[in-house]
Write a protein that binds this ligand. Structure first.
Ligand SMILES: [Zn+2]
Length: 233
């Protein structure tokens, strides 16, 4: 049996039977883990004041290698009540946790994706002025963090670099740009969006307008569907 102590985010809770719930966590040290919380439908107070998403929890778990681990205890170590202050921040945070749940494999830590998600949640908690812009930047980073970075510099078919000052077709399902000679793509990124997206991939602050952020999020939805099996929403 392995004893695990790690920071974690709750990414899903589902009812199980009359009284219990199954909670899925993304842990910093051990990736995705699910635990049966007995009596959890009545009260999750036993587990550190609740299983609210967006707050960082510190968990102690016993892992016997089965499908479910045993939750010994949990406490909240970082409250992010500000996330729920507006529908826009709440939705952005919910989307990010859904991505994280699909991108992080069971029992395999993804420290970069963990850090990117916490960074976004902190920004949303702090009253982000542009939640969709922050979400778009984090999304590009998140894909890169888990090895699915979109190639926004060269054609994914022929490998030719795309000139910095020209619009470029992008097919996120194929992993990035597709040049004219290789058939192009329906979605077209302006040079400005592409520059900002490349900067966001490197971890710089996203410098998208609202409209550009929506273009990026549409592209990301296709990439997430291709890689994480996440239905575009
Ligand atoms: Zn090409």
């Amino acid at each position: 049996m392995k004893h695990i102590e790690s920071d974690a985010l709750v990414v899903r809770t589902i009812a199980y039977g009359e009284a219990d719930i199954i909670a899925t966590f993304i842990t910093e040290s051990s990736g995705k883990l699910s635990a049966l919380i007995r009596g959890g439908r009545k009260s999750t107070r036993r587990v550190g004041g609740g299983l609210e998403p967006f707050h960082t929890m510190r968990l102690r778990l016993d892992d016997r290698g089965g499908e479910l681990v045993t939750l010994k205890d949990a406490r909240i170590v970082r409250v992010r009540a500000g996330v729920t202050a507006s529908l826009a921040t709440l939705e952005a945070a919910g989307t990010a946790l859904r991505w994280l749940r699909h991108l992080v494999p069971p029992r395999h830590p993804e420290p970069a994706a963990w850090a990117t998600t916490l960074g976004l949640l902190d920004a949303l908690d702090g009253g982000s002025a542009e939640p969709r812009v922050d979400l778009a930047g984090a999304a590009l980073r998140l894909l890169a963090d888990v090895g699915y970075a979109l190639d926004l510099a060269r054609c994914v078919v022929c490998g030719k670099p795309c000139p910095d000052d020209k619009p470029a077709g992008v097919d996120a399902a194929r992993g990035g740009l597709v040049c004219h000679a290789c058939g192009g793509a329906r979605q077209v990124l302006t040079p400005g969006v592409r520059r900002a997206a490349l900067a966001a991939q490197r971890g710089e602050r996203a410098a998208f307008t609202r409209d550009e952020a929506e273009q990026v999020l549409a592209m990301v939805a296709v990439a997430m569907a291709a890689h994480g099996g996440i239905a575009p929403k």
